[in-house]
Design a protein around this ligand. Sequence first.
Ligand code: NAD
Length: 494
Amino acid sequence: MTSVVDRPKTRAYQQFIDGRWADAASGETFSRTSPFDGSVVATYPNSGIEDAQRAIQVARRVFDDGTWATSPAVDRAAILRKASDLLVANADELADSLTAEVGKPRAMAMGEVMATADVYQLFAAKALDLKGESMTQQIPDAVGLVIHEPVGVVGIITPWNFPLLLLSWKVGPAIAAGCTMVAKPSHYTPGSTLILARILAEAGLPDGVFNVVTSETDNGALVGQHLASSELVDKIAFTGSTASGKAVMRAAANNVKKISLELGGKSPNIVFPDAQIDAAVAGAFFGIYLNSGQVCQAGSRLLVSNRVKDEFVTKLAGMSSMLKMGNPMDPETTMGPVINESQLKKIEGYLDRGKQEAKLLTGGSRATEGDLAKGLFVQPTIFDNVTNTTTIAREEIFGPVLSVLSFDDVDDVIRTANDTMYGLAAAVWTKDINVALKVAKGLRAGTVWVNAYHGTGLYNMPYGGYKQSGLGRELGSSGLEEFMETKAIQIKLG
Ligand code: NAD
């Protein structure tokens, strides 16, 4: 084992347990290859069940010891603020890791790091504002206190698309609450989670509060299942596909664990004829192509009023052709590759399917010109005249592939938008506040943007899904409550 101070400087990572860097018990490693050119980006320990058990036992011991769980909130807030500062100070290293592993353009990787730094500031403020309730006026001879306590040991399982941000939506509140953690990042993108472990240690987080195990593909699911079923773990905070989320939910039943699940989506982006068309086109563009379409809340179903659809899709197709694919480290690149071979194959399957089900407007295949040939690139693709019963309108593609549907009236579009098993996000574009609110209230989705897509700058609002898009909420006040238990203390007055 090597100490935090002696951490390896190369891209040969170790796992992080009890404040120490270590290899997997088996000694096995695995590597991540770049989705841009197939070169080896880094190697990581292939942590197995033995490693996971050790990490869980450490997190359990540190939690049960009570020193951390009952530490002054002001101390936890200070660690969170320091972590935020260190994220900014280490932004280049983190952005490099995200760019290399995910394949996202460097500027977007930097955006993810900066957004993450804000998350730690947010939860620092929330830690200082922890409070309960009292009941003093109900009956004369009793007083009630409602207090909140950390939920305990949290298993954190994260996906590859925003590995640092989505991790931190869980780590921030877990620290604010006084929980301990075992994190298992996706095997495609463990780097930023391990760098974060170093940053948190430097920020003063005690040993054993945040532990990380990294496991390759099948081991990853095994370790994830172990975390989810372990009797020593009190809660799982999971982000990933709906299928994996269901497997986590089943395993968590073992000890009636608390769970929060952030899952998939097929989010409707609705454009009314009175919308500012150029802004809505830009919103639809950003909505589908951000991170090569690999975004849970991607606006992958575009519903446009028949009165403006032709003009709208022509402008959108023109804009799509201006996307520049290439080396994600190149500042000129605006869209990177997709994450891996199997995702590429899956997307290609949907492209074939889409050509049978709808009218291909632009794109439609793998991009292989020049340098792109050695990477996993997909042309920005738009299918027009899509109906909501088709595969490309119903299934999450998780690539730069947009399905365009049309509508005539408000009730009709609300019905179509809601006709999906998902309910993560949605957007509506109109100048008419009555229409905007009618649609926003009618949609069964956890987030609805009006005249924006992917956000408005209000990053402290609860985030999560209706229906099969998830369970529980992250961010906002609810994002902290998910990491706390509620206790009622009833005092009989003598
Ligand atoms: P995934 O479900 O394949 O993997 C997510 C994580 O779960 C990984 O760490 C993986 O190792 C682990 N895992 C896989 N099988 C498991 C099992 N049976 N038990 C426990 N853990 C298991 O998802 P992905 O491909 O990494 O990410 C893409 C998916 O994540 C998409 O469906 C996307 O919509 C979803 N996502 C949702 C949100 C959200 O906030 N709702 C955000 C990002 C991504």
